[in-house]
Design a protein around this ligand. Structure first.
Ligand code: SAH
Ligand code: SF4
Ligand code: F3S
Length: 436
């Protein structure tokens, strides 16, 4: 009998990409195969995101498109990830397309759920765990020079706008030595860059050992040339961590430092636990220790009751910070969050749109300026592979995580992983250069 073929589509953040690798590993073990063509699949899994309304809508769109396939050949459809929790009710409806629901802590039960679904019984596993870290499961990675390791899962911060603490549950860290051993195994298989992942990666802790210790230990693994991490929270930046980032040549000089808003009143409503002044002081400390650091951020505009003057404070802070790049979002109310329960989502959508556009335009100009400052410089680039839209170029990233491309000099051989590139051109998102 032909082994069942699975098609997986991943939405959302890097943690979800990582979880897809875990799911592949769990299913492969049970004899499942994978396909890149949905038409040849027996099982379709959508690993979903719930962070904003449009993330939800994307998944509903995909589900609708699967309807004919489901009818014609009895496809099994599973919804995994952060949206699974919210879909409980839909699943129970008889005409639902979904056969299986599995939340982020329930992937070990997927094989059983899929087996039952193949026999016509719908099922779900959406309990959150205080312990699950999948530490014993080696993700089924696409081999390359870069890899992710999830070192902690969950979030205890409960920023009032955010659904993550409800979809991913409580914070828990993987054991220190296990992470280091995984990095060693990755290095042995040719990996050169590891990105440590967590919803709050810098609150990692295993006994007496904290995130700075872990970063240093992974950066010291022989063969690993670069270590990155995402996403940190501004509340957990002790001197020790800054010292590690500034002092170890293997730790990338890039920090994603989500700001969210520039007004103290809004920061407090969001329960971010820092003030504007504290954030600025942290950024100042980081830049003083490590002048070449690349700082990026996340911003939410139009949070409950945000006035024009408060929005202007975000604008002002961005002008002061000059981030290398920024993700800018309209506030999207999520069911059951503290903000949804306590505050009115009262900034009109048109105003949110205006604010987003304004900040995006501002940021584009800053990003271009920053990238143009690199013209003529020679930088180290870790080559990841062929450029997506042009097969005559290699694509990689600078230490600061900026995408860099350069022409192939030989059509057959991929260059060494870490190369020197002289920058000759720059756009808002990309540096172009030549091998030196
Ligand atoms: N743990 C990470 C963030 C994960 S979510 C951190 O704290 O930095 C990624 C980004 O999505 C957040 O930084 C925030 O800017 C945005 N976001 C989260 N909830 C949102 C919501 N309800 N509406 C709009 N943007 C949101
Ligand atoms: Fe969400 Fe805040 Fe946790 Fe980030 S720190 S995942 S924004 S609750
Ligand atoms: Fe989305 Fe869940 Fe990640 S809500 S951003 S997939 S943690």
């Amino acid at each position: 009998m032909r082994a069942p073929h699975v098609f997986i589509e991943t939405f959302g953040c890097q943690m979800n990409e990582y979880d897809t690798e875990l799911v592949r590993s769990i299913l492969k073990e049970k004899g499942y195969r994978f396909t890149d063509a949905v038409e040849t699949a027996d099982v379709v899994l959508l690993n979903t995101c719930a962070i904003r309304e449009n993330a939800h809508n994307k998944v509903y769109g995909h589900l609708g498109a699967l309807k004919p396939l489901k009818k014609d050949k009895g496809l099994v459809i599973g919804v995994l990830g952060c949206m699974a929790q919210n879909l409980k009710k839909d699943l129970l409806e008889d005409d639902s397309l979904i056969d299986v629901l599995a939340g982020p802590d329930s992937y070990r039960s997927l094989p059983e759920l899929l087996e039952k679904a193949a026999a016509g019984r719908k099922g779900m596993a959406v309990d959150l765990s205080e312990y699950e870290t999948y530490a014993d499961i080696t993700p089924d990675r696409i081999e390359g020079v870069t890899a992710w390791i999830a070192v902690m899962r969950g979030c205890d911060n409960f920023c009032t706008f955010c659904v993550v603490p409800y979809t991913r549950g409580r914070e828990r860290s993987r054991d220190f030595d296990g992470v280091v051993r995984e990095a060693e195994a990755l290095a042995a298989s040719g990996c050169r860059q590891v990105t440590l992942l967590g919803q709050n990666v810098n609150s990692y802790r295993d006994g007496a050992r904290d995130f700075a210790d872990l970063l240093l230990a992974v950066a010291d693994v022989r063969g690993i040339e670069r270590v990155r991490f995402t996403s940190p929270h501004p509340k957990d930046f002790p001197e020790k961590l800054l010292e590690a980032v500034a002092g170890h040549p293997g730790i990338c000089k890039h920090i994603h430092l989500p700001l969210q808003a520039g007004s103290d009143r809004i920061l407090q409503l969001m329960d971010r636990t820092y003030t504007r002044a504290e954030y600025l002081a942290l950024a100042g400390r980081i830049r003083a220790r490590c002048p070449e650091i690349v700082l990026t951020t996340d911003i939410i505009v139009g949070f409950c009751s945000e006035t024009d003057a408060e929005f202007a404070e975000t604008e002002d802070l961005m002008r002061h910070m000059e981030y290398h790049s920024a993700y800018i979002f309209k506030y999207s109310e999520r069911k059951n969050t503290i903000a949804a329960r306590k505050y009115a989502d009262d900034v009109p959508d048109a105003v949110k749109s205006e604010r987003v556009t304004k900040l995006i335009e501002f940021q584009r100009a800053v990003s271009l300026k920053k990238n143009r400052e690199m013209l003529g410089k020679t930088v180290d680039v870790l080559v990841e592979g062929e450029a997506k839209r042009s097969s005559d170029r290699w694509m990689g990233r600078t230490d600061g995580n900026i995408v860099a491309m350069f022409p192939k000099t030989s059509t057959t051989r991929k260059p060494r992983s870490l190369v020197s590139v002289r920058i000759t051109d720059a756009t808002i998102t990309t540096l172009y250069g030549e091998l030196v």
